[in-house]
Design a protein around this ligand. Structure first.
Ligand code: 5GP
Length: 203
């Protein structure tokens, strides 16, 4: 279990679950399903320099900050991990994690593979779960049908997806997301199994 002292000095014990995927992997939908199935689990709200999309709320979807503010936070060592994803900065603060653990919940981090590696190095007992997107030809079909990316952008996303898939060996679990219901149930089983783990309980 993660023995974590947050900025406020309170200690909390709980499990850090990292969920990563490639673009189009369906991670956000799966996390929504999981939260509806299990108690005592909360998603950490990240900080980002990217602009809010339509329908996103500051403080709920992300804490939206300027590039200057993000750099200040890096300098003050406020992040447990941070990364540059598609040209914007994203990071998880110790405060965000600490508040969830102090409330007695396990933490879900919806972060990219660079962040996942940092979390595993810092908290070896964390649980890293990779959501494998549908087969490549299905991914190509989806991206083409969506029609929002130019052919070279689709190529860039597929190349990025290949790099991310190459990092699966750093993860503890890999769940294929071909069928949403099956994937969500598998994800629930992983969380329940980790909660029942004897070494964790012994701690
Ligand atoms: P989006 O801009 O679509 O919300 O997120 C882009 C990517 O950044 C996603 O893969 C998401 O999981 C990742 N991400 C979101 N928050 C964080 C964070 O705090 N740290 C890292 N490393 N990645 C993040």
């Amino acid at each position: 279990m993660t023995d974590f002292t947050g900025e406020n000095g309170r200690k909390g014990k709980g499990i850090l679950f990292v969920i990563s995927s490639t673009s189009g992997g369906g991670k956000t939908t799966l996390i929504g399903e999981l939260l509806g199935m299990l108690p005592d689990l909360a998603v950490s709200v990240s900080h980002t320099t990217r602009h809010p999309r339509a329908g996103e709320t500051d403080g709920i979807d992300y804490d939206f900050v300027s590039a200057d503010e993000f750099q200040r936070m890096i300098g003050e060592d406020e992040f447990v991990e941070w990364a540059n994803v598609y040209g914007e900065f994203y990071g998880t603060t110790r405060k965000a994690i600490g508040e969830i653990l102090a409330a007695g919940c396990d933490v879900l981090l919806d972060i990219d593979v660079q962040g996942g590696r940092q979390i595993k190095e810092r908290f070896p007992e964390s649980v890293l779960i990779f959501i494998i997107p549908p087969r490549r030809d299905e991914l190509v079909r989806r991206l083409r049908e969506r029609g929002t990316e130019k052919p070279e952008e689709i190529e860039a996303r597929l190349a990025q997806a290949d790099k991310e898939l190459a990092l699966i060996p750093f993860y503890d679990y890999a769940i294929a997301n071909d069928d949403l219901e099956i994937a969500a149930d598998t994800l629930r089983c992983v969380v329940v199994a980790e909660r029942c783990s004897v070494p964790r309980r012994a701690e």
